[in-house]
Structures are given as C-alpha cells and as structure tokens.
Design a protein around this ligand. Structure first.
Ligand SMILES: Nc1nc2c(ncn2[C@@H]2O[C@H](COP(=O)(O)OP(=O)(O)O)[C@@H](O)[C@H]2O)c(=O)[nH]1
Ligand SMILES: [Mg+2]
Length: 1145
C-alpha cells in the first residue's frame, strides 16, 4: 500500500518535472519520439560550424550533432551564457548563482530527454554512437510509454561488440556478437538514501583500471555533473566490460555487464526489483540502512546469493551507521565476503582496486548469465514496457526470410535466389569491355550479349525477391524502415559466425604472407556476405533487364514502380549502389531511372555536389565519412561489399545559395586492394577503373592515406591522372584532399612536410610523363589535372581509438580533426564563387559518358603505374607501325589479286576460276604467315633492346604474341572472304553477260509489239529505247563502280520525275536522309567499333528505314543513287578516321 501511494505521487511529480525540463531545453514539441535521424543528416550552417549557442535551448542540438561526429565532449553541456560564468567571489549575491543554476543542465537529464524525444531509429543511432564513445547507455528509461519505465531492447539492438576472452586468446580467436544477445554475467549497482559517494565515479574507477581513466558514467565531478538532476532518477544505465585478450591490460578475463540505477532504490522500487531478478550480483552502496530500506531488502528472495554491500564509513555518526549495517547483515545472514567497507583512509582509486578484486572472484564462479534480449519476459511480468513489441509483422517477415536460408551456404543461396547478379552480369561487364578492346570477334560478342540479356530477362524472380520487394513497396515508410532494419539485423546475425571466422583466417594469413590463400579468403569473404545491398542490387537488376514482355511474378507495373521506391529510399537516407564492384558494372538504366525519379520528387531542384573518398581497404574511409556526416556506411575490418555506394544529403535552406547546390552526394568506395592482395594479382584493372571513375565523377575527392599504404595509393593515383588527362572532358577540376590517418597534428611537422613534398614530386613527375604521352603540353604538374594545394589540402587525423579496443573510446582528437576538416572543406567550396553544380539529368549524362570512356580505357588500367604504362605505350607505338605495315602489305596484294581475278576473261569456265581462287587462297595464306613471322621478329627484337625499359613490361610479352597471332587470323579470314566474294561477283557478272543478249531480244520484241499499236514520234521512240537500254545495263553493272567517286558533291537527283514539285520534295528528302546518315557515320567512325562489312549493312538498313518512313513514289534509280552517295561519304570518313588513328598512335 505504502509503495503504491508513493509511486503514484512520484509519477505525477515526475511527469510535471519532465515537461518543465523539456520546455527548458526546447524539446517540448518533440516529445514523445518526434525527432528523426533525417533531421540530423541535413547539411546546414549548424552542422558545419559547431559553435556553442546563446541559449540553453540550443544544447540538445549541439549534443546530437557532436554525438553524430562521435565527439566524446558532447556531454560537456555548455552554451554561451554558461560558458561565460565567472568565478568571482560572490559572497553577497546568491540570486545570481541561482539563475545560473536554473539555466544549467545535467548531462544525464539531457541524454534522457533526447532519448524520450527520439524516434526508434534515432534512438538506435544515438546508442550506437554513444557506445563508440564508451558512454553508458539507457537500459530502463523512466517516463517512457504512458509514463511507464521502458526496457530499451530495440535501441540497443544495433550494437555489435568484439572481444577476446582469455580462454580464446591462445588460439588468437575472438568473439563478435550483438551485445543484446550475448549471455554475460550482469552486475548491478544501486544505492540507498544515505550514500555519500558517487557510485558512478566508483564504477568508472573500477572499469577503467588497467587503461586510461574514462568516464563511462556521468558523475558529479564532471562538467555539468554537479547540477541537480531534474528528471533522470529511476534511469538504469548499462555498459559492458570486454577483455581485449591481454593479461596485463584486462581487469577481468571474461566479459561482464554493469548496470547503474540512478537515484535511491526507495524511489524506484520497480526498477530495483527488476534489476534484482535479472542480476548475477547486485551491489548496494550505502553509508547506513534506514528502516524502510531494511524492510525492502529483507523481503527479497534469494538475497544471500545476490546481494553485495559496499559501505562507506564516512558519515558523522559513524558508529550509529555501522550499527544499522550490522543489523542488516545479521538479518540477512550475509557472509563476510559479501561486504566491503571503505575506510576513510583509503581514497576511491585504492578502494576501487579492492572492489575490482572482489568482482573478479565473483566472476570466477558465476553460474548465471543473462542476455538483454532474454529480459523481455521478466520486464513484462513486472509491468515494465519494452520498446519493441512481440508479434511485429515486419520482424516476422524478416525472420521468415532469413529462416528460409537455413543451413545453405551463402554462395549457394545467392545463386538460387539472387541469380541475376551472379556470373551472367559479370560476364556482361566483361563483354562490354572486350567490345572496346580488340580482343575478340565483334559480332560474336554482340550475339552473346544479346543472349545474356534475354536469359536475364526471362529469369523468373525468386520467391525471396518477391517477398522482399513486396515488403518494401506495400508497406508504409515506417514499416519499411523497420523491415529493413530487422532484415539487416537478422542477416548480420546469420552470417556473423562464418564471416568472423573467415576474417580471422584472413588476418592470420596476412601475417603468413601466403598470397594465394589470402586471395582465396578474400573471395570467400565476398561470396559469403549477404546483406540488404544484395537484395537491393537484385531489385535493380530485375528492373535493368526487364522489358515489356516479362514473365515474372512481379507484375509489370510493379517493376515500373521500383525506381520511385528506390528514389524515396534515397531521400530517406538509404544508400544506392552506383557501381557494382563484384561485377564491375553499372546498371545504367536502373540508376538513371532512380535518379530521374528523385529529380522529379524534389521539384527538379537537384544540383549535386559529389564528394568521394578513395583509399586502400580498411584504411578507415567509411569511418571517416560516418564521422563527418553522421551517416552509416558499413564499417568492418574486412571488405564485404565491393563497388561504390552513394548517399544523398539535403543541403539546408541557409546554405543552398552559398554552396550552390541542393544535395551533397557522398560516395563511399570499397577500397583498393590492400598490399597483401596486390602482390598476387597482376591485374590492376579493377582498382584503376574504380578510382578513375569516382575521381572523374566527383567535385571533391578525399584521398585517404594511412602511412603504411601510401605507395599503393600513389600507383592508383597515377593511372587515374593519366586516364583523366586522356579523357580530358571536363573543364572543372576535381578538388583533391589528402587525409593522412593516424598522424597527430604535432608529430614532427618538418618530416611530414618532406614526405608530402616527395609524394607530390613523384605525382608531378608522373603527370609530366602522362602529359607527354598524351601530347598535352599545357599540363605540367599534378595540380593541372586535379585541384590540389600542398599547403591547404593536406589534413592530419590522429588515430581513431583512445587506447586499446574494445574498451577504448573514440579519440576526441580524431573527431575534432574530422570536424575541422569538414568545416574547411565546405568553406573552400563556398569560397569558390564560380562553382556551378550540375542537376541530376546533366550529372547522369556525364556519368554515363564517363563510364563508357572508362570502359574504353580498359587497356590502360592493367598497368601498375605510369612508368609501366609509358614503357608499354612506347612499345605500342612501334607495334601499331608493324601492324600497319602488315595490313598495308596484305591490302596491296589483295587489290592486285582482285583486279587480276575480275579481269579474267568472262567466258572462262567455272573450273578455271575455282583453280584460280584456290591458288590465290594458298598464296594469301603464305603471305599472311610470312608477314606474321616478320611482325613477331620485330617484337622479339624490341624486347632485346634494353633502353626501352622492357623489363617493366615483360609479363605482357605473351599477350602481345597472342595478339599478333590474332591479327594474322583475322586477316587470313577476311582475305578468304574477299576472295570468295570476288568469285561470287565474277559469277554474277558472267551470268549477266550470258543473259544479256536474250534479255535485249525479249525487250526489243515487246517494244516492237507496243509500237505496232501506237503512234509515237521518232523522238519518243528514241527516248523509250534509251530508257529500256539503261534499265537493262544499269540494273546489273552499276555496283561494280568504285565508291570513291560518290558523295563528293552535294546530292542531286538525276532521275526525272513527272513534276518539278515532286523533284523538290525528293531533293529535300534526300538532304534530310543524307544529313541524318552522315551524323550516324561520324558517330560510328569516332567509336570505331564495327568492321566495315557490319557497318555498311547497318548503314544501308538505316537508309532503307528512312525510305520506308517516307512512303514511296520515286524511281529505284533515286534510291540507288542516294545510297551510293551516302556510302561514298561513309567510305571517306572511315578512311580519314583510320589515318587519324594511325597518326595518333
Ligand atoms: N586503429 C585504428 N583503427 C581504425 C582507424 N580508422 C578506422 N579504424 C578501424 O578499421 C576498421 C576498418 O574501417 P573502415 O572505416 O570500415 O575502413 P574502410 O574499409 O576504409 O571503409 C574498422 O574496424 C575501424 O574501426 C584508425 O584511425 N585507427
Ligand atoms: Mg568501407
């Protein structure tokens, strides 16, 4: 009875106190749960300039922003007026002190208020960032649902920790687990009314023994800690002790959970009861025991095994106090080792050691462990609400999906359920690239490509994909968010064991330097990862390959609606995969349509500033972006997803005009190969391609360098510069910032400067070589290609952790350096007054053409760096010369032979020709063989010349020999075809000539028949005869004339139609067709991808189509003339192009 009354009044008091506090800090309108993470992702003045505000109402926002930048200083709640408090002796002015007090805020109150105002997703993110700062987190939140205390299970769901228990440390193993799911002993700390020490401070002392002192719990000695708490009593906080595996650093060999109840137990009986039930041991801190407390404690069950008293012998009435403690101990029959008494002679640090030893002993014979997830039922039983409900539809859907994966290995599962992204898609990308190289037969490539597209289109969508896209498209936005979050959690949990095992092996092998195994493990890591991004990728591919005739269970209109869905998700802050790094391919249609939808959704206001980060894998790129922008790119120690992901961050109204853009697009890249892997594969293609593409795409590129891998970065940069030079398309240069990780600001400035100069010198030198190769004489240095200033664009960022993880908090130096970098980066963008950023449609055009160009430059990407490329280029120049001689030789032989064949007397019999052609064919084959041999000889000789740095390109020699053989094969094939063609032609001509006399005779007869029945003048007769004669001869012989004579002057229709107006119309038609076809010819000539035959067929088809579209009503002659005219133009353009390309090479 007493308890209930007590609780009701206190509930009323506290909710009034809560509202007062919320309005004091300006959060009254955000309560309950109205703040979203989207609010914090906006780029605005406040998010860039982190300055204390004027009023106490700015505190929550500043806290959140700093927390988003994982700055552990965020708990120092200061605003301008509190910061300027002075400490003058104010003996007689007590009122001034009061007003300062009423404007001050206890950090714990602020954190609690923010948790109460945040929505489920923001709560999770706050918890995640707080745990990175090693802050305690709320476990039981007072004033939650209907003023109830709430168990914060959902809010902690996202936290994953790694630790190394000592029994595993021998095997170098570690445990990686979702912290709410881990079964760990739980130690709770509570206090009685009379307790003269800060148990939070005591706990901090205990937990940071062994390492630097850290303030896990806020306490009275901290900044703002002395301010009276207004709402936070009844809050239960939680933190974890996790061993790192080192005996000298770890205070306990195994993990342990610690909770801390704020306020005395009498005021929070429910919380206390809950803790008592779930804890392994509960530590009660006290000076003395009051009567009602005695009653509460003695009424508990099983108290002997759970209770531990921590007594401070300190008060004025020491004797009396100790008597009350003694009474309690006797009543509970508590053994001696369950009581620790602090002597006034000991200070807190010394006492914490004793307590630490006691806990260690307790840990040794623990037999009850508990996970937070398992507290659910206990909470419900005790009438404590939980922040996630049972029977949540989205959770069930996600669980169902993951359950169905079952024990299948992930690679097998992916093949079955996400088939579009497996080999075919990869092959398609390879085909695309081969098309630009000179590797294989074009028509074969095109055919294969067509087939793959067809197969991809006909794939029936797997049941899991149907389920996935239904959950995304049929639910409300909030439900969708929940589904995706659950799915991510479930998938991570599902693959965690396997992945962490692989990662462990990977780390081991990196030490052993077994490169082959390393590469295998790297591939296994990629194959075994499964995340939301794989489902999203599949969704994109379903769209990419869909045509109107689809046979998938997802209906056509639903597929059509996918881009809108993805655009919505982009605006909600989900990343979009731009470049699929597993397949090195971009689903262009998908990306284009998604971004165009987004463009529509934002009312066509979509100027984009693109910012990219580039660096070796696991060099902290994602961590850097997450810290800078408060985003959540996946962070892990081994690479799982490859490629580039883009995120859209809105720019606030206050900055749009200064930044000249509406969105900041942040692109995170997979990371270039680590040196371990680079040794193995001599193919640098993928890295170089990725780097060039993202640098070319971005306005700002951050080059992330950890000292140990600067060389790898340098190599990639060179190739990127080279390619960018070659592409030479954009007027505006990408701004380039170098971020040096793990370098503190003060460390030997001079030495660092020398190193940077050295790096820049090398880059300059390479740029010069590249510029020389590309004959771009205006380019003299690195800064001519990328916008870079050695003084201004270098940033030092100290190490991420302050101490040894997992107990180390994020180094404040790290977060401040990142915030500083961010501020200056944006200031530099703003200071450039002539910045103009493209809107989405323009960006897309650029992206597509860049990607195409990057694919064309494929050859370039196989080089490690510019020196190699240079050496190769020199060889290539000579190679082209040899090839040209080869072709020239064959061509002149061919022309000669052709005319020889055509000139054979037409009456010779077929047999003679066949003999002739056969002998010519074998002559051709000998000719080609001889030339091939000559060319290979030249190559051999080249490799014997030392001055050409041939040692750099030794590993290419096999390929080049092969490509000479390929050329020979190709020429042989084409020669044979030409000879066959000659033969056919000759045969046709023969037939025409043999038919000619009969033909003339027939026509003559019919003409005479006509003449007999009509009266025509002589002139008319002559004309008719002429026409007939022309008809007979022209029809057959025309096509033998050389094309060179056609298309030199503008087209004139020589056929005569009935009327002038008809002639005018035809002239216009002819000009239109000529114009459109010439454009087509020029485009094709530039691309230079088709063989001549293929191209001519295509061109003629195009002309035919144009004729068809314009009806009929002209003579065949007109059609033929126009075709000849256009083919003449085409022939000359191609010749010109070939000459150019020879000159260029
Ligand atoms: N020691 C240390 N670890 C870091 C630093 N930056 C990031 N990490 C850790 O390195 C791992 C890989 O980081 P991540 O950001 O995923 O690297 P990415 O592959 O380049 O994106 C993570 O476990 C990070 O916590 C750093 O400066 N020092
Ligand atoms: Mg990353």
């Amino acid at each position: 009875m007493y308890e209930d009354k007590h609780q009701t009044t206190s509930t009323m008091d506290t909710s009034a106190a809560l509202m007062t506090f919320l309005s004091k800090v300006g959060l009254e309108n955000s309560y309950p749960n109205k703040l979203t993470r989207q609010l914090l992702l906006e780029i605005n003045r406040n998010s860039i300039y982190d300055e204390p505000g004027e009023s106490v109402k700015t505190l929550p926002w500043r806290f959140l922003r700093q927390l988003y930048g994982v700055n552990a200083k965020c708990r120092n709640c200061r605003h301008v007026s509190s910061a300027s408090d002075d400490d003058f002796l104010q003996l007689d002015d007590y009122s001034a002190d009061d007003s300062a007090e009423c404007n001050a805020v206890n950090p714990l109150d602020l954190i609690l208020a923010l948790f109460l105002c945040a929505d489920s997703f923001l709560q999770q993110e706050m918890a995640l960032k707080m745990s990175m700062c090693q802050f305690s987190l709320p476990l039981l939140l007072p004033h939650g649902n209907n003023s109830q205390r709430t168990l914060m299970l959902w809010a902690l769901r996202d936290i994953v920790k790694e630790w190394c228990p000592h029994d595993l440390s021998q095997s170098k193993g570690f445990v990686e687990e979702n912290i709410v799911q881990a079964n760990i002993p739980l130690f709770s700390f509570v206090r009685l009314k009379n307790c003269s020490w800060s148990k939070s401070q005591l706990l901090n002392h205990v937990l940071s023994r062994g390492q630097q002192k850290c303030n896990i719990f806020t306490h009275r000695e901290m900044e703002g800690g002395a301010v009276k708490r207004e709402i936070a009593n009844g809050l239960v906080e939680v933190c974890w002790y996790l061993p790192c595996g080192s005996e000298s650093l770890d205070i306990f060999p195994n993990p342990a959970t610690f909770t801390n109840l704020r306020g005395e137990i009498c005021e929070s009986l429910k919380e206390f009861r809950f803790l008592f039930q779930v804890s392994t041991v509960i530590f009660v801190c006290l000076d003395r025991v009051d009567e009602d407390e005695l009653r509460i404690l003695t009424s508990l069950q099983d108290v002997k095994s759970k209770l531990f008293l921590v007594v401070n012998r300190n008060g004025e009435n020491k004797r009396e106090d100790m008597m009350s403690v003694k009474k309690l101990v006797e009543e509970l029959n508590l053994p001696n080792n369950r009581v620790r008494i602090k002597d006034p002679k000991l200070n807190v640090t010394e006492f914490s050691k004793k307590l630490c030893d006691a806990i260690k002993t307790l840990l040794l014979d623990v037999n009850t462990t508990v996970s937070i997830a398992n507290m659910f039922d206990k909470a419900v039983e005790l009438d404590i609400s939980v922040d996630e409900c049972k029977g949540n539809k989205q959770k069930e859907a996600a669980q169902q999906l993951v359950k169905e994966i079952g024990n299948q290995p992930i690679p097998v599962y992916k093949k079955q359920h996400l088939p579009l992204q497996i080999d075919k898609w990869k092959r398609l990308s390879q085909l695309e690239m081969d098309k630009w190289g000179l590797k294989e037969n074009m028509s074969q490539l095109l055919e294969e490509e067509k087939n793959i597209r067809k197969v991809q289109n006909e794939h029936t969508t797997s049941t899991h994909m149907v389920m996935f896209s239904e959950q995304l498209s049929k639910c409300s936005r909030e439900k969708r968010d929940f589904f995706l979050k659950w799915l991510r959690l479930e998938l991570n949990a599902h693959s965690r064991t396997k992945l962490s095992e692989l990662r462990n092996q990977f780390k081991e092998q990196c030490k052993n330097k077994d490169v082959k195994l390393i590469a295998e493990l790297d591939q296994a890591l990629v194959d075994s990862s499964l995340g939301i991004e794989h489902y999203m990728r599949e969704m994109g591919l379903i769209y990419e390959f869909s045509t109107d005739s689809i046979s998938s269970p997802i209906a056509a209109d639903e597929i059509a609606h996918l881009p809108a869905l993805a655009a919505e998700m982009l605006l909600d802050g989900y990343p979009l995969e731009l470049l699929d790094g597993d397949a090195s391919n971009i689903p262009e249609r998908w990306v284009t349509d998604v971004l165009m939808e987004l463009h529509k959704k934002v009312g066509q206001k979509s100027r984009l500033l693109v910012l990219t980060v580039l660096g070796v894998q696991s060099s902290g790129k994602s961590t850097l972006l997450n810290t800078m922008f408060g985003v959540q790119f996946p962070v892990s120690s081994g690479r799982c997803t490859r490629g580039a992901f883009m995120l859209f961050l809105k720019v606030g109204e206050d900055l749009k005009s200064e930044l000249h853009c509406d969105f900041i697009v942040v692109i995170d890249t997979e990371g270039l190969k680590s040196p371990d892997l680079a040794q193995l594969e001599d193919s640098y293609e993928h890295d170089n391609q990725l780097a060039t593409f993202v640098i070319g795409l971005s306005d700002v590129t951050i080059i992330n360098i950890a000292m140990e891998n600067a060389t790898a970065m340098k190599d990639v940069l060179q190739i990127a510069i080279y390619t960018l030079l070659r592409l030479n398309k954009r007027e505006k240069k990408t701004v380039c910032h170098f971020v040096h990780q793990n370098v503190s600001g003060v460390s030997a400035h001079a030495k660092i400067m020398t190193e940077r100069k050295h790096l820049l010198d090398q880059l300059n030198e390479m740029t010069q070589i590249a510029a020389e190769m590309e004959r771009q004489h205006s380019v003299k240095q690195f800064a001519d290609v990328l916008n870079y200033d050695i003084e201004k664009n270098n940033w030092n960022i100290p190490g991420l952790w302050h101490g040894t993880p997992p107990m180390a908090p994020v180094n404040t130096g790290y977060s401040e350096a990142v915030a500083h970098f961010k501020k200056h980066l944006f200031q530099m963008v703003m200071s450039d007054k002539c910045n103009e950023f493209p809107e989405i449609p323009e960006f897309l055009v650029w992206m597509r053409s860049l990607w195409k160009a990057v694919k064309c430059e494929n050859v370039m990407f196989s080089f490690r760096n510019t020196l190699v490329a240079h050496a190769f280029n020199n060889l290539f120049k000579e190679y082209t010369q040899w090839e040209w001689e080869f072709r020239k030789e064959i061509l002149s032989w061919q022309t000669e032979t052709q005319s020889e064949i055509l000139n054979v007397h037409y009456q010779s019999d077929t047999h003679t020709w066949i003999m002739l052609v056969e002998s010519k064919k074998s002559e051709a084959s000998e000719k080609v063989e001889a030339e091939e041999k000559k060319m290979k000889e030249s190559l051999n000789n080249y490799y014997r010349r030392k001055e050409k740095q041939v040692h750099l390109i030794e590993n290419f020699i096999k390929d080049i020999f092969q490509s000479i053989s390929n050329i020979a094969d190709e020429i042989r094939h084409s020669l044979n075809t030409t000879l066959d063609f000659c033969f056919t032609l000759k045969k046709q001509v023969q037939e025409i000539y043999s038919r000619l006399p009969i033909d003339i005779e027939n026509r003559k007869k019919s003409l005479l028949k006509d003449v007999q029945h009509c009266t025509l003048s002589d002139k008319q007769l002559t004309e008719m005869f002429e026409e007939m004669w022309a008809g007979v001869t022209h029809q057959h012989v025309h096509d033998i004339e050389s094309l060179q004579t056609f298309g030199k002057v503008s087209f004139e229709d020589k056929s005569d139609h009935q009327t002038d107006s008809k002639n005018d119309d035809l002239q216009i038609l002819a000009e239109t067709i000529t114009e459109s076809c010439t454009k087509f010819v020029l485009d094709q000539a530039k691309l230079n991808t088709h063989s001549d035959d293929e191209f001519t067929v295509e061109l003629l088809a195009k002309i035919d189509q144009a004729f068809q579209e314009n009806g009929k009503g002209w003579q065949n002659k007109f059609e033929i003339n126009l075709k000849l005219h256009i083919c003449g133009i085409a022939a000359r353009e191609f010749l010109k192009m070939q000459e150019n390309s020879l000159q260029f090479d």
